[in-house]
Design a protein around this ligand. Structure first.
Ligand code: ADP
Length: 608
């Protein structure tokens, strides 16, 4: 089917080629005939232009040379020859059969040289090709030669016909030859086509190829088998790569999740100083959103001078960077977050073994607590030094007075002051020791079931002398059936003493202090009430802080103290899983209440 189509195409191509060759030949023939007319025309104009006028024109007896032309050129394509003067009037003329010279004026170029032109045809005649030029003989004034020819008409000659016939025959003979060659060369391809179809649909019956086609089919089958194996290998490789990619993705996600969940903030900078990674903790620490950091250079986001100068040392390609493993840390208060202290540690990131640095890793850590406790430590040393120094100065002064004076009243006063100051220092040192035990965790309560009313009576009795010296009454208000509690008696005594000391210290002469206790459901509430100066509402939360003292004008200094009493009391109550609350009205008085879980006596239990 396909071969038949090729045969038809070959025949059509051969016919087209023959038509093309014939048309080319005809065109060539026409060109050559036109050239011959041109040669004739130009030659004739030049020849006539050199002949004297007298010879050209007819004489009385003789015919002019121009007439002789008619005899020579009357061969079909000659139209006319004429001599005309400058005004276009005909001086001599000869025309072929049926021809007539058109009365077209000559172009100006005719005076200087030879020329040619095509003149429009008169009705029913073909267009004329005219050649013209000047006449050398000027005896009758300026004159011109005009010679006209009919355009050549192509006529196929017998030899042309036989040549074209031979050519066509040769081409037609080539067609079957080419056809059979193609058919022979395409035979293996046709067989291959059959085989490929068989490969595609093995169940359908197909004829087996033979000879050269068999070889081709065999090589094709080998190639197909190899290609199949290669494709299988590539598919396996692709599957492995995909699995590797997934593993890599999983690994990188795991790593990213681990970095994100670190309690510290992580920043990574490239060697140029631009941020390339920001962990989730950075935003709350620096107060800058991750978007405003990623891809940004240092100048665009860092307003914290210490951090900035640290990172400047690590960024910039050309700069001398700190050696790998050299860690630098700075501490700073971030400009965008109030009341926070951060530490930033920078370290170059390198591939190890002296390879190029990938950039810098910056670890940001919230060190506010450490900073505050350092501050508190410094304050503490300054405070304690001051608190110890002032009684020592007073003691030194009164000891001198004691030594120098014989007056009994001065000696008694000096001794009293020295004793008071020693007591004060003793109280301070005792409190400091307890606080230090609390802070180091070495204060471990020894809890026992305790009959609380006995202990409260003791504490009340001890407070009486101090209260009386300040003209204060101390009342004790206990119910008869107060439940027992499980406490460390010694520690609890410190807490109650501190509350009673404050109730006396911050009271006014003539005032009262009441130590009371009551059962309240499963709790026992111990309260110390006074009619003293009271505590302003905004101070109540802070009075339990270590070293905190209300800066009421004059009051704290006059009454002395170290800001440790309530801190200790609150810590001790907390150790007993209780709570301490304060209720106060400035100028009226305060009530400190300790709430403890009661421990009702199991049958036969011992009570201390
Ligand atoms: P201090 O050694 O100053 O008494 P405390 O820790 O015992 O230290 O008390 C902290 C602050 O609480 C005191 O400076 C005082 O201003 C206030 N305060 C404590 N108890 C009373 C109270 N009963 N009445 C008024 N203010 C009190």
């Amino acid at each position: 089917m396909k071969l038949n189509r090729i045969g038809i195409i070959l025949i059509a191509s051969a016919l087209a080629v023959i038509a093309l060759v014939v048309s080319l030949l005809v065109a060539r023939q026409q060109d050559s005939q036109a050239a011959q007319v041109r040669i004739k025309g130009v030659g004739l104009v030049k020849s006539l232009g050199g002949i004297p006028m007298a010879l050209l024109q007819d004489g009385g007896q003789t015919a002019g040379l121009l007439n002789a032309l008619l005899a020579y050129h009357d061969n079909g394509d000659f139209a006319y020859a004429a001599i005309i003067d400058a005004k276009g009037a005909t001086l001599a003329e000869v025309a072929g059969r049926g021809a007539m010279m058109p009365s077209a004026p000559l172009p100006a170029s005719a005076a200087t040289g030879f020329g040619e032109r095509t003149l429009p045809a008169a009705a029913g005649t073909p267009a004329l090709r005219e050649f013209f030029g000047p006449l050398a003989d000027r005896t009758q004034g300026t004159a011109y030669v005009r010679v006209g020819f009919y355009p050549p008409r192509y006529t196929m000659l017998a030899r042309d016909v036989s040549f074209l016939a031979l050519l066509a025959l040769a081409m037609f003979l080539l067609v079957p030859l080419i056809y059979f060659v193609i058919k022979r060369e395409m035979a293996p391809l046709a067989a291959l086509n059959v085989q490929l179809r068989q490969l595609a649909a093995p169940d359908e019956p197909h004829a087996a190829p033979a000879g050269e086609a068999r070889e081709l089919v065999d090589s094709m089958q080998t190639y197909v088998a190899q290609a199949g194996t290669r494709i299988a290998q590539l598919e396996l490789g692709a599957r492995n790569t995909m699995a590797d990619n997934r593993l890599l993705q999983y690994g990188s996600k795991k790593l990213s999740a681990a970095l994100q969940s670190l309690p510290d903030g992580l920043l990574m900078l490239d060697p140029g100083g631009d941020v390339t990674f920001v962990s989730g903790k950075v935003e709350p620490l620096l107060g800058i959103p991750a978007d405003a950091l990623l891809g940004q250079p240092l100048d665009a986001w860092c307003r914290d001078t210490p951090l900035r100068s640290l990172l400047m040392r690590y960024s910039g390609h050309g700069r001398q960077q700190p050696a790998h493993g050299r860690v630098n840390t700075v501490e700073f208060a971030p400009a965008n977050v109030d009341g926070r202290q951060l530490s930033a540690t920078a370290q170059p990131l390198s591939g190890g073994h002296g390879t190029m640095a990938f950039g810098t890793l910056v670890v940001l850590r919230d060190v506010t607590r450490e900073y505050l406790s350092r501050q508190a430590g410094n304050d503490f040393v300054a405070h304690v030094s001051h608190e110890l120094k002032s009684p020592l100065n007073v003691i030194a002064m009164y000891a001198e007075m004691l030594a120098d004076s014989d007056e009994e009243s001065i000696r008694v006063e000096s001794l009293n002051v020295i004793q008071d100051e020693i007591e004060r220092m003793n109280a301070l040192v005792g409190n400091l020791l307890n606080v230090s035990k609390l802070d180091t965790g070495s204060m471990s309560p020894e809890r026992n079931r305790v009959r609380l009313d006995d202990m409260l009576r003791d504490v009340h009795e001890q407070a009486l002398p101090r209260a009386e010296s300040r003209q204060l009454a101390v009342a004790l208000d206990l119910p008869r059936d107060l439940d027992a509690v499980t406490i460390d008696k010694d520690l609890f005594r410190i807490a109650l003493n501190n509350l009673l000391t404050n109730a006396i210290k911050y009271n006014r002469p003539g005032g009262t202090v009441t130590l009371a206790a009551r059962n309240d459901g499963h709790e026992i509430v111990i309260s110390v009430r006074d009619t003293g100066i009271g505590i302003a509402a905004d101070q109540r939360d802070r009075i339990f802080e270590k070293f905190y003292r209300v800066s009421e004008s004059g009051a704290p200094v006059a009454r002395g103290g170290h800001g440790l009493g309530l801190y200790l009391a609150a810590q001790i109550v907390e150790m007993h899983h209780g709570r301490i609350v304060v209720d106060s009205e400035p100028g009226v008085g305060s009530t400190f209440s300790i709430h403890l879980k009661s421990a009702p006596a199991p049958a036969g239990a011992a009570v201390l």
